[in-house]
Design a protein around this ligand. Sequence first.
Ligand SMILES: O=C(O)C(=O)C[C@]1(C(=O)O)C=C[C@@H](O)C=C1
Length: 364
Amino acid sequence: MSLEDIRTKIDRVDRELLKFLNERADLVHQVGEIKRKEGLEIYAPDREEKLLLKLIELNQKHKGRLPEKSIRAIYREIISAALALEQDLRIGYLGPAGSWTHQAAISRFGNSVLYVSEASTEDVFECVNSQEADYGVLPIEHSTEGAVHHTLDHLVDSPLQIYSQFLWRTETVLMSNGSRDTVDYIYGHPQVIAQCRKWLTVNFPDAELREAPSTSQAAAFACEHPASAALGTALGAELQGLKIIASSIDDSASQARFIILGRRPAPATGNDNTLLMVTAHDKVGALFEILEAFVKQGINVRHIENRPVTTDEVGLPSRVRFFLEVTGHCHDEGLKKAQEDVGGDGAHIKILGSYPVSNWGDRD
Ligand SMILES: O=C(O)C(=O)C[C@]1(C(=O)O)C=C[C@@H](O)C=C1
């Protein structure tokens, strides 16, 4: 078949695709109307995941040429367009623009929705609470550095809940106005330099490493001279108009867990985890009693993090605070019973959110 013939066939397939995409958009519009009438959440991550898994399975069965990564990327944008059609969805994220959280948020919500850059964790909470944004995206755990305490601490007094969470690989790129051969100095946040040190030593042994206060500031410095480069995100390079001269340069693969903050709890999917906070008296066996209540109900405590309890009131008995990630949904009977048990011992328990399971190394 000639090139012309193949292109004629591609044009025909594209016309069909467009027809189907618009047919899908009409159906999504109807879903949006029902959700608005019934006061349901527009964003349904569990439905998105089920839909994607079904398509990936179908593709494998029919030996489709497209890899899973491409199917996810294509559908990410189709669903992003759907979300934008259903509602002018606004997503607040921990900025600045081009940050890892920004890139992670786009990997989840696609390019058709609106993004609002927030300067601090507190601002992300505030924009969702005040309804300036529908959802907020924040990091909660790094595979190398552990929990992001700043995010956990803000959940303590907030009426907001974790609506969903996801994992995202934090891949560093090297960006510049020049080419690989012209780089004399490289800017980067100290933590990012540390993450890529071995690669930098092997590939740029003579380049001077210069510390920058943030990844976006590093990119801004690199814009000034073609002999300089910066470490950061692919999105940061795009936003600054810099070329990516090397990618995936981290010494070891690192992932981060992000939460999607919402105003309402997420529905149960049958495979959920729940994050809860327990504040108990500081006494012998405090943690043992808490854990026992969950064990009795056959609930697995997957992760424990403890944080100091601050109080302005002098004379109050000292207390300890634990953040526990447990298996199950907060509406499960077993979890409710465990909660009652813990509460009966004088401890205070607060549900911070139930969300579908996602484990380290599950996917990109
Ligand atoms: O099924 C829904 O609830 C929809 O709103 C449709 C749809 C989709 O495009 O398939 C869009 C957004 C949701 O997050 C999940 C799925």
